[in-house]
Design a protein around this ligand. Structure first.
Ligand code: 13P
Length: 252
């Protein structure tokens, strides 16, 4: 089943980098070699979007890390999907746990942002994931279904081709504590089954569900063997040459 879904690896640089370090990343991505069967996207800080688009290979997609839900206006500090598009960037990450938990973004706002970005032709990496206390309280499914429901309510079934879901358990982000392949697979599989019911079996079978949270060159291969893990969203390791090994996780 996973064969119909192109493996997807995103590098979320978060608030890191400089023009010089971006040149370094572009260099190791160019040297690769990168598995042509993997779709690769990097997400620089906003101020480096244009520089990154010019510096990395055209076959590598570029994502913003966030954007607001309208075209323009009095929203100091924010950017719009129209601006992302104007810089020839193709993607935006929405609903990252740092946006949810540090900046207080709600499920509803993330759903509205997703709707607007897609309406402007910007593809969305939609992030979901439970906190440690939610997992320990047996609420993982409840949380990820609720977060995904807010997206379902804001988009049509045919727009799911432009969405990648990133399951990123908050307790695994930047902690060095990766979900086991079994833990990640379990959530991905349940989410896919749930999507078949809530949207359609076609969307559930086609949508890529990627895993994020302390993915590195040593743990990526085993995670990539799981049938419902269609790629990764990588933080820290995406700034290092190890990112190439993660992109190539499905190769022998
Ligand atoms: P780390 O890979 O640094 O844990 O970050 C994961 C993440 O948040 C990617 O969006």
């Amino acid at each position: 089943m996973s064969q119909q879904r192109k493996f997807f690896v995103g590098g979320n640089w978060k608030m890191n980098g400089s023009k010089q370090s971006i040149e370094g990343i572009a260099g190791f991505l160019k040297t690769g070699p990168l598995d042509p069967k993997t779709e690769v996207v990097v997400a620089p800080p906003t101020c480096y979007l244009e520089y990154t688009r010019k510096t990395v290979d055209a076959k590598v997609g570029v994502a913003a890390q966030n954007c607001y839900k309208v075209a323009s206006g009095a929203f100091t500090g924010d950017i719009s999907a129209n601006m992302i598009k104007d810089l020839d960037c193709e993607w935006v990450i929405l609903g990252h746990s740092e946006r949810r938990n540090v900046f207080g973004e709600s499920d509803q706002l993330i759903g509205e942002k997703t709707k607007y970005a897609l309406s402007q032709g910007v593809k969305v990496i939609a992030c979901i994931g439970e906190k440690l206390e939610e997992r320990e309280g047996g609420k993982t499914e409840e949380v990820v279904f609720r977060q995904t429901q807010a997206i379902i309510e804001n988009i049509s079934a045919d727009q799911w081709v432009s969405v990648v879901i990133a399951y990123e358990p908050v307790w695994a982000i930047g902690t060095g504590k990766t979900a086991t392949p079994e833990q990640a697979q379990e959530v991905h599989e349940k989410l896919r089954t749930w999507l078949a019911d809530k949207v359609s079996s076609e969307v559930a079978a086609a949508v890529r569900i990627i895993y994020g949270g302390s993915v590195n060159a040593s743990n990526c291969k085993e995670l990539a063997t799981k049938g419902d893990i269609d790629g990764f969203l990588v933080g820290g390791a995406s700034l290092k040459p190890d990112f190439v090994q993660i992109i190539n996780a499905r190769q022998n």
